[in-house]
Design a protein around this ligand. Structure first.
Ligand code: BDR
Ligand code: CA
Length: 321
């Protein structure tokens, strides 16, 4: 019998158009990754709606067996208020309607689910987080040994040399809850950060949207429909109708690994002051002139670039769902 070495994954997300793409990608890689549970967090949409979006997307892909838990409805120090309807729509998924899943949401909260899965799979649980880090911070509060219990934490978030997208220096997932990000970055030393430096460089173009809209796969068609609004927003950013593949790039790297990446391990701290730097991921990249020698306080692999053709890879996978 073939030995399976599947990645056991907990996926934390704020579903979200690009979170939906990441989910589709993960589903398409069922031979490589087993999703043990999914938690929603407030971000692109409120946490309960994000959880329903996730359940409904799973149902669209014919999957009703993966538990989905609602996570934190507010940030650690701030009430949640949705302000990205112009990017992700009123319902988080570009105003696209999905049939309701017959499955119920999990009884446990997302942080409880994460802690349980980490205890059940000591040393082998991978976390992929594509929203604010509020659930992960709460899970660390619940189980202070969580950092030693997991295998890797891959996050879509932050900006190293690239400008921010929420403020001149802060990326949205970190900017939403810098206090949570601070807890995560202070407590973990094996984080893989997939920042705007890399995610902004991989896009779906207008022609990719058409491919999705005309796909046989119902899932791919719905993603294509979501891109009508999402790519429209990006005209302000790129000057053309093309969207950044933020969350799916992080998902691909969580599954494929970092061999095709330029990814120094450095110290990253979060700015949680109330000044203009709030939400910045301050990456110590001073070693760049010496080939990034080892740093004593390095806690984070910062992906600065990848040779993978993400849009081609992602398109292939989404068309297969
Ligand atoms: C991140 O913010 C959210 O809007 C996206 O889903 C992505 O996770 C990009 O900054
Ligand atoms: Ca997201």
């Amino acid at each position: 019998m073939m030995k399976t070495n599947k990645i056991k994954m907990y996926f934390d997300c704020d579903t979200g158009v690009d979170d939906a793409m990441a989910l589709g990608y993960l589903i398409s890689e069922a031979e490589k990754v087993e999703i043990l549970g999914i938690g929603s967090v407030c971000g692109n949409i409120d946490a309960p709606s994000g959880a329903h979006n996730t359940l409904n997307l799973l149902h669209l892909a014919g999957i009703d067996s993966i538990p989905v838990a609602v996570g934190e409805i507010d940030y650690l120090n701030k009430k949640y208020l949705c302000d990205v309807q112009h990017i992700h729509g009123e319902n988080g998924i570009g105003n696209v309607q999905l049939s309701a899943s017959p499955s119920a949401l999990s009884q446990e909260s997302a942080p409880e689910m994460l802690v349980r899965l980490a205890r059940e799979n000591p040393g082998s649980l991978s976390i992929l987080a594509t929203g604010p880090l509020t659930n992960i911070a709460r899970a660390i509060e619940l189980e202070p040994h969580l950092p030693e219990m997991i295998s890797t934490l891959t996050i879509m978030g932050g900006a190293a040399n690239a400008p921010g997208n929420r403020t001149p220096v802060a990326e949205a997932n970190i900017a939403c809850d810098p206090e949570a990000a601070d807890i995560v970055f202070k407590n973990m030393n094996n984080i893989v950060m997939v920042p705007l430096d890399v995610t902004m460089r991989h896009t779906f173009e207008e022609s990719d949207k058409q491919k999705l809209l005309n796909a046989d796969s119902k899932f791919a068609q719905k993603i294509g429909q979501m891109l009508e609004l999402y790519s429209g927003f990006y005209i302000n950013v790129y000057g053309r109708e093309a969207c950044a593949l933020h969350d799916p790039v992080a998902a691909v790297l969580a599954v494929e690994g970092l061999d095709a990446c330029f990814v120094p391990k450095v110290s990253v701290v979060i700015d949680k002051t109330t000044g203009p730097g709030r939400g910045q991921t301050i990456c110590d990249l001073r070693g760049q002139y010496k080939g990034y020698p080892q740093q004593e306080n390095a806690n984070c692999y910062v992906v600065l670039s990848t040779e993978m053709n993400m849009s081609e890879h992602l398109m292939r996978r989404l068309l297969s769902v």
